[in-house]
Design a protein around this ligand. Sequence first.
Ligand code: MG
Length: 388
Amino acid sequence: MKIDKIECTILDYPLPVPLKPSWAPGRTFKTTSCLLVRVTTEDGITGIGAGPDCGRAGLYTIADLLAPYLLGKDVFCIEQISPIIRQAAKDGSYPWSVEMALWDIIGKAANQPVYRLWGAFQDTLPVYASLAEVVPVEEQIQRLYMLKEMGFGAVKLRLRRPDINDDIRVVQQIRAEFGDTLKLMVDANQAHVMPCPNPIGAWNYEDALKVAEAMYELDVLWLEEPLPRYGLEQIARLTAATKIPIAGGELHKGLHEYKQIIDMNCYDIIQADAAFSEGIFQLRKVAALAELSYKRFIPHTWSNGIGMGANLHLAASLPNCPWFEFPIDPPAWTNESRDFMMAEPFHISKDGTITVSNKPGLGLELNEDAIRQYSRLIWSSDELKDWN
Ligand SMILES: [Mg+2]
């Protein structure tokens, strides 16, 4: 089943109100964008994937570094194709969505959902609402009541105030407000900051230890990214010193980096992402190494609806994935903001769970009208045929 065509579309969708995410202090996002990939075989099966929008760098990665070497390849030979994608990632930017599209094709050809091809450990997972913004505590509490009303039983808060004592106080107030009716996680986002006008200096070891101990006392389920990404010895020291599980790893790249952070016991919970970190099938190797090392693997999913949907198949296939990250933070980041390119946005069930689709492949259908309306840049591998 040979690859005949690869198409890329950068989509740009206006958010209902601007988003001010904790990972880009001082920046306001009026739109959300992504790179949609469609791969079609000679037999006429089309698979889809989507990753972050890296502008022309994203298109160049797929158009120049990847497509010439993928056309004509058998989609089933993922282990032959993955090294090519990995090399393109090294010289370019986030091409992993191509592997998502190949698995969508394989599932459609086999008439099976992808997670069932990989072992189908579970079809329903508890979700946590993964917030984006740091807001005043009164507003945060209002937002949490709304999320509880929607069925969420767990929420991941962002900690990124200039003073860690303010972060701790806010979590104390939220715990006092909700008692044990809401499970809490916290994400410090200290590993990475996007280019922004007000970058806040990262926590040092003492800050991270103080917050970790306070969060443990508040019965928070994990502390995410408390230290800079490549301070591996320091992260491992913190994980060994604290009772609260430490989570991280969302933007590491390549299998070798995950091997290192797992071997060094940097995190209790590994959070690789099929849109940012490696191919979705390759991440099953990372999850297996985590399982053998008595660690959980709970994928990061903050990209777009298709990326989240692909990560859901990965999560459903794993025995060591007890939660699923569900990015939502109204009024800016709604189900529609995240999933505008899909015919049906994801929703959770009233009991705070999500169920993976049982349709073949990734089970995702595109909203072609929305794609036409919000397309910003388009590229097709037919251009390469014209050159030959
Ligand atoms: Mg995170």
